[in-house]
Design a protein. Structure first.
Length: 184
């Protein structure tokens, strides 16, 4: 830019103007993204009693069906752990609970999870992946088809535990993680 010791102000101004236009474009895109409406494309859920969709959950609620059932035989042998006396050490005094169905049918390959990773996964992580995918699948959408937009997954996870005598207090967890399709 400098010829014989002189600064080319016209070239500097042209370069600055190009950069200003690029910055304005980026700022406008960023601002536009803040005011775009939110579109809820689906809801996924799993509740005791077989409610694995909002429609099934509504049927349970509207029919007054209780999702609480006796411990399923494929979970554990209730007779080995049950005693009606709550003071009996090492035994539970209730034969009932809220159990999700098909918790053993997770398709790790579909989610790109190796057998080694699967062994170390918490079952709730697997459940969260299945529930997160269902709204996309139900609406015929695929995350890669939404690549120009920034779809997100918001979740609410609630865990409660039964308090046993002389044990830690019950745990309650509330979480709202965001997951963007394609990220791991």
């Amino acid at each position: 830019m400098e010829e014989t010791g002189k600064t080319d102000y016209k070239a500097l101004m042209s370069k600055a103007l190009v950069e200003l236009r690029e910055l304005r474009t980026r700022l406008n895109e960023s601002e536009r993204g803040k005011s775009e409406p939110v579109a809820i494309i689906g809801i996924g859920c799993r509740y005791p009693g077989g409610a694995d969709s909002p429609e099934a959950y509504w049927k349970l609620l509207s029919a007054g069906i209780d999702g609480i059932s006796e411990v399923p035989g494929d979970r554990w042998d209730i007779d080995a752990y049950y005693d009606p006396d709550p003071e009996t050490p090492g035994k539970m005094s209730c034969r009932y609970g809220g159990f999700l169905q098909n918790v053993d049918s997770f398709d790790a390959t579909f989610f790109g999870i190796t057998p080694r990773e699967l062994v170390g996964m918490d079952p709730q992580q697997r459940l969260l992946l299945e529930v997160a995918w269902k709204p996309w699948n139900m609406r015929g959408r695929r995350p890669k088809r939404c690549s120009k937009r920034r779809p997100a997954f918001l979740s609410e996870l609630a865990v409660s535990t039964m308090r046993l005598p002389n044990s830690c207090p019950p745990i309650s967890i509330r979480s709202t993680p965001t997951w963007e399709p394609g990220s791991r």
